[in-house]
Write a protein that binds this ligand. Structure first.
Ligand code: ASP
Length: 590
């Protein structure tokens, strides 16, 4: 139906007859001449319709925003003085000769320009219109180029694209499963994959050697900022490669992608052990663009009288840390109150601080409600350790180690953002040497997943699970985890030892992962891999503020689709077929 995209027209098409198809972006009546801005995926072209082309003029006069038209006409230069430098097609226009109304449109719930102010709920309800907006369409174009670049890279490196099942068994990645009832096996359920983890490992047993897949993953997680119940991973697995080699391929892929898409040369990717990341930045995905760092002061606080500090300082699971904000005395009381509320989100019960009004004046030059609880020599030692200078402000966290790390880690980033302390555009790194497990109320759980290869022997692992490190690596960029993976366990005995450490008994292990344990018996090669979060990568690269903006049809924060009204109830017949009776929440309470 069309000869050219609207957005492609330029001077090379002067005097050409063209046929455009698209939506009426804007219509203006200028003293007897009608201007139509016609929009398609590639951009907008200006069409002029003179009254002497009567039929076309009459139709142009009647169209409204978002009507769908086919327009035949002649490309010409715009008259002197009417060029539009901001528009890629701004030097030319089309003298419209024939118009065909392909379809009318009701008045849309919002304008199709980039700066509409409508709420996200409305945008999601009318997502098909939201995506018409050039900003959104451009993101989808960008995303498509990213996946195409990744496929080309991996294909050229000898990776095979293999699809793995969506209807499967639980694949533990630490979230709840989405489950699907089976009609042919009533009372039994499939789980949607939290990742293709076990299948990609089985493909290594099969000899596929290098696998990738742009894979949908499903995780039923509690409401957390900017997560989606279904999201896309660039999933990779290799055989006979060391972690160095795997990291090298992954790094080359990401570097190449940034170069190709953004013409950005990413800097070095330093390696940082997990313990260092936690101690210096309070996070396993530190944003290295922010120069602020945490400093441990447990040793100094051990002997102070106040239990607020000495308690956690003497508790092996506690932590007392300081965070110096240079020139922080300019923060107002209200700012500090707001930051205190902010760290409360991360479980901190308060936010102690010392203002350094005059460092040379010793304790007299300091200002803080906590000074009376801390002996002078300890205060002095703390000031020395953090390198405090006049004008600085020192925050403190004192609690369970994870609360201190998370709250001060988050505060560090918030201060960086609020006070303009973010330096440089891109700061990547690898975080390595993760612990195998973390302790929760239900015992040990895997930090990554139970198939991660430990750095120690099976015996050491079982005797001291808390000390075991893993052969895992995460790629972090600007405080966001882009991806992560590990070498995997490839011997059944070691896999059984990990299950044991996780308190998964033999019977349960056999029931849930028997197929994996079987596969490991038949010549499983040493293997490892990683997975990248595609949505997150595209979000960062396009400077979007949410992953929802780079997903065509995302779910809301309550894991629902407002456009299709999913999830929804189903017919009783459908439930009967799968042998399910729904209990209303009221019945549960009885
Ligand atoms: N399956 C892991 C994940 O989804 C990635 C990996 O270990 O390859 O996080």
């Amino acid at each position: 139906m069309r000869s050219h995209y609207c957005g492609h027209l330029n001077e090379t098409h002067i005097d050409e007859e063209v046929t455009l198809c698209g939506w009426v972006h804007k219509r203006r009546d200028h003293g007897g001449v009608i201007f139509l801005d016609l929009r398609d995926r590639e951009g907008v072209a200006q069409v002029v319709i003179d009254p002497d082309t009567e039929e076309a003029f009459a139709l142009a006069d009647s169209v409204r925003g978002e009507y769908v038209l086919q327009i035949k006409g002649l490309v010409r230069y715009r008259p002197e003085g009417t060029l539009n430098k901001d528009m890629p097609t701004g030097k030319v226009e089309v003298l419209g000769k024939e118009l065909v109304l392909l379809n009318a449109s009701e008045t849309p719930p919002f304008q199709m320009d980039d700066h509409q102010k409508v709420g996200e709920e409305t945008r999601l309800k009318y997502r098909f219109l939201d995506i018409r907006r050039p900003e959104m369409l451009n993101k989808l174009v960008f995303r498509s180029k990213v996946t195409s670049a990744i496929r080309s890279f991996l294909d050229a490196d000898g990776f095979l694209d293999v699809e793995t099942p969506i209807l499967t068994r639980a694949t533990p990645e630490g979230a709840r499963d989405y489950i699907v009832p089976s009609r042919t096996h009533q009372g039994s359920f499939f789980a949607l994959p939290q990742s293709p983890q076990l299948f990609k490992q089985l493909l290594m047993v099969s000899g596929v050697d290098r696998y990738y897949q742009i894979a949908k993953c499903f995780r039923d997680e509690d409401l957390r900022a900017d997560r989606q119940p279904e999201f896309t991973q660039i999933d990779i697995e290799t055989s006979f490669m060391s972690e160095e080699q795997i990291m090298e391929v992954a790094e080359r892929m990401i570097r190449g992608l940034f170069k190709e898409m953004l013409d950005v040369e990413l800097p070095e990717f330093p390696r940082m052990p997990y313990s260092e990341a936690m101690s210096r930045f309070g996070s396993d995905k530190p944003d290295l663009r922010i120069a602020l760092e945490l400093q441990d002061v447990d040793d100094l606080m051990k002997g102070v009288e106040s239990k607020i500090f000495s308690g956690p300082a003497n508790d092996p699971k506690g932590r007392v840390a300081a965070l110096k904000l240079p020139q922080g005395t300019k923060l107002s009381r209200k700012d500090i109150d707001n930051y205190t509320k902010y760290v409360g989100i991360y479980g901190a019960k308060g936010l102690a601080y010392i203002k350094v009004n005059d460092r040379a004046a010793g304790k007299e030059g300091l200002q803080s409600p906590i000074l009376k609880f801390i002996p002078d020599d300890v205060v002095e030692a703390i000031m020395d350790r953090v390198g405090a200078e006049t004008g600085d402000l020192v925050f403190f966290g004192s609690d369970k180690a994870n609360v201190v790390s998370e709250s001060l880690g988050a505060l560090r980033v918030k201060l960086g953002e609020d006070l303009g302390l973010i330096k440089g555009d891109w700061a990547p790194l690898w975080v390595v040497d993760f612990p195998m497990f973390e302790e929760t109320d239900h015992g040990w759980t895997s930090i990554h997943h139970p198939f991660t290869l430990p750095s120690c022997s099976a015996e050491e692992l079982v005797s001291n699970p808390g000390a075991a490190l893993s052969r895992a690596y995460d790629m972090v960029l600007n405080g966001t985890e882009l991806g992560g993976g590990s070498l995997r366990i490839y011997k059944p005995e070691l896999q059984k030892a990990v299950f044991k450490a996780l308190n998964i008994g033999d019977e349960e292990a056999q029931e849930k992962f028997g197929f994996l344990l079987d596969a490991l018996k038949y010549g499983c090669p040493p293997h490892g891999g990683l997975a990248f979060g595609l949505d997150r990568i595209v979000m960062l690269m396009t400077g979007s503020s949410s992953i929802r903006d780079v997903i065509a049809f995302p779910k809301t924060q309550t894991a629902a689709c407002v456009m299709t009204a999913a999830p929804s109830e189903v017919e009783p017949k459908q439930l009967r077929e799968v042998g399910i009776r729904v209990r209303k929440p009221e019945e549960d309470k009885k």
